[in-house]
Design a protein around this ligand. Sequence first.
Ligand code: SF4
Length: 247
Amino acid sequence: MPTWLILDGVIRFSSWQGTSSFSCPAFFFFMNIPSMDTQTNKKTFSVVPGLNMGLFEPKDLETILQVINKYDVPATKITSAQRLALLGMTEEDMAALQQELKDHTRTVAKNGVTYVQSCPGPKWCKFGIADSLSLGKKLEELSMEKPFKAKLKVGVAGCRMCCTEPYVRDVGIFASKKGWTLVFGGNGGGNPRLGDIVATGLNDDEVLALVKKCLTVYQEEANPHSRTARFMERFGIEALKKRVLDK
Ligand code: SF4
């Protein structure tokens, strides 16, 4: 029975071309394979390891390539969530492949977010204003007291271009010269929603603290299995601000 595997956080080639003189570099996001969750559609299986926001190192690429060749993986695909999907394996090969990759696994934060997408930020992009990779790493390590009621996706962008689409993530953050802007309750799926701006002009500590406050309210008030987008439609940005912003 064919199976497929997704290596999280793999390679993102951004081909954005905002000006004639600029095109974003090829962005490499390293996979780090944590607790590989599996999925199936009855005919195929997938494994969704977690991210590390990391950049690919040569040894990581070598390991991936060796494993792909060893198991003769029929197809590989870069997904929109900065993951690498390994497609069409047998169930047995998938299990063995998982085992081989487990040493590349990162420790997943307890009750953490589903994944964080981050752009390369100022170190690698001339438009970058603030260190999106460092902030993304902190968000990946964020650990809550309780589990979330649904998937929780995060997008962090190093400038207002918003290459990682923070307005359509549960938690979206982008930088401007005044500091970080926090957007909450976005969704890019079949029932899309632009997130609401919670606050602007935040420093690293402030935005992290505010994310945690928003997530705590979401955990306390959202209906079971409700994504943040549906929660915010019901709860409202003004009510959220009253709960999370200091008077
Ligand atoms: S969001 Fe800004 S800093 Fe990040 S990759 Fe896009 S243009 Fe560069």
